[in-house]
Ligand binder design. Structure first.
Ligand code: HEM
Length: 135
């Protein structure tokens, strides 16, 4: 027979953030640790500090033993409704302009001011044609 797991939104879990009513969310699972607050070897303050968010990183950073992980089952009350979990912010890709070397700068300038060399060449050709006609 399939077991029914209750789903909780992060908003709802976040309202249980007091000494006498405390839920923590670890790895998408919701735990009511109210009755464990005084016994928790890591203290009650750390549990209170992580209410309203996914505390997986903090839980793992504390390096909990196998016994601690087994003990968690006792406080399990349901799962986090993934649709309510805050989404990862979208990554934005910015183009960072690399500093250009002098040759590249010259090429860019030439592209931008192509009129200057073209005018110089045109004038030079015109002058040389005029001179050659005079002689
Ligand atoms: C249902 C949830 C939790 C249970 C059942 C639990 C259980 C335990 C247990 C049994 C220990 C003793 C050491 C061990 O056996 O690993 C412990 C230590 C500790 N816990 Fe938790 N814990 C829970 C959640 C958390 C969370 C969410 C945090 C962090 C925000 C946390 C932080 C700590 C810390 C820092 C210690 C180390 C205390 C020390 O070594 O002085 N715990 N926990």
């Amino acid at each position: 027979m399939p077991t029914l797991t209750k789903l909780y939104s992060m908003e709802e879990a976040a309202t249980h953030n007091k000494q006498d009513d405390c839920w923590v969310v670890i790895d998408g699972k919701v735990y009511d640790v109210t009755s464990y607050m005084d016994e928790h070897p890591g203290g009650d303050d750390v549990l209170l500090a992580v209410t309203g968010k996914d505390a997986t990183d903090e839980f793992e950073d504390a390096g909990h033993s196998k016994t601690a992980i087994e003990l968690m089952e006792k406080y399990f009350i349901g799962e986090l409704d993934e649709a309510s979990a805050p989404k990862m912010p979208e990554l934005k890709i910015y183009k960072i302009d690399q500093p250009k070397d002098s040759v590249q700068k010259l090429v860019d300038l030439t592209k931008q001011y192509w009129v200057v060399p073209v005018s110089i060449i045109t004038i030079s050709v015109a002058v040389s044609v005029l001179f050659s006609r005079k002689n």
